[in-house]
Design a protein around this ligand. Structure first.
Ligand code: DX5
Ligand code: ZN
Length: 226
């Protein structure tokens, strides 16, 4: 399994998205994580399809669009339209009664489908869907803001879901990921790590990303192919 580091642009300088993207791209980032918040599913408002469109024009790195919105069935199409093949569109299991419908909408556009699960939601809510998705994103903070503290207890959920998952399913962890926390998330079974503050608050993005990657590799029990 490949270890992948995703840079969440929520902590990038919003007036400099172009050069911020260039800097993380040069530093070897694997995915650009875009946090979409609607002010309903979470108490914050961030970016819409318009920003995804702009980012897509600026980078060749695959996008990892994290929808923290109600009614993903209504809006998934407008985000997918601005993204492209190889990009991942992830919605929250708590936000819909019809996850299979959302997965179909996403896959019909040629994108990869992901499901995110919030800290208080039980693993059982997604276990039957693991065969139908390309990535599972386990939240290690309550969705809504960058810069929160890593919730350690989600590591047990990561392990449960890794054991139940088909071979080679990407399992991501999102929130509070930094050199001190990534080791636990990696040894629990995650292979994708989304980080905002621990990349964009540093002056050297190359060093920040490589430190995260190295610690994740050193602590992973998965077969690593990087
Ligand atoms: C939280 C977002 C995260 C967040 C991570 O709702 O989904 O992706 O940007 O930020 P850090 O890495 O600062 O915890
Ligand atoms: Zn996120």
């Amino acid at each position: 399994m490949k270890i992948k580091i995703a840079a969440s642009i929520l902590a990038a300088d919003p007036t400099q998205f172009g050069s911020e993207l260039e800097r993380v791209e040069k530093a070897g980032i694997d995915l650009i994580h875009i946090d979409v918040m609607d002010g309903h599913f979470v108490p914050n408002i961030t970016m819409g399809p318009f920003i995804v469109e702009g980012i897509k024009k600026k980078t060749h790195i695959p996008l990892d669009i994290h929808l923290m919105i109600e009614n993903p069935e209504k809006y998934a199409g407008s985000f997918a339209e601005k993204a492209g093949k190889g990009d991942i569109l992830t919605f929250h299991i708590e936000a819909t009664d019809n996850p299979l419908k959302v997965i179909d909408i996403i896959k019909d556009t040629g994108l990869k489908a992901g499901i995110a699960i919030s800290p208080d939601t039980d693993a059982q809510a997604v276990i039957k869907l693991l065969n139908t998705i390309d990535m599972l994103l386990v939240m290690s903070v309550y969705p809504g803001f960058a810069g929160q503290k890593f919730i350690k207890s989600v590591c047990a959920k990561i392990t449960t879901l890794r054991e139940a998952a088909p071979e080679n399913l990407d399992i991501g962890v999102d929130g509070g990921i930094k050199p001190e926390t990534i080791s636990e998330a990696a040894s629990a079974g995650a292979n994708v790590f989304a980080a905002a503050t621990s990349i964009f608050a540093k002056s050297d993005y190359y060093e920040a990303i490589n430190e995260l990657r190295r610690i994740a590799q050193d602590n992973s029990n998965l077969l690593i192919k990087n």
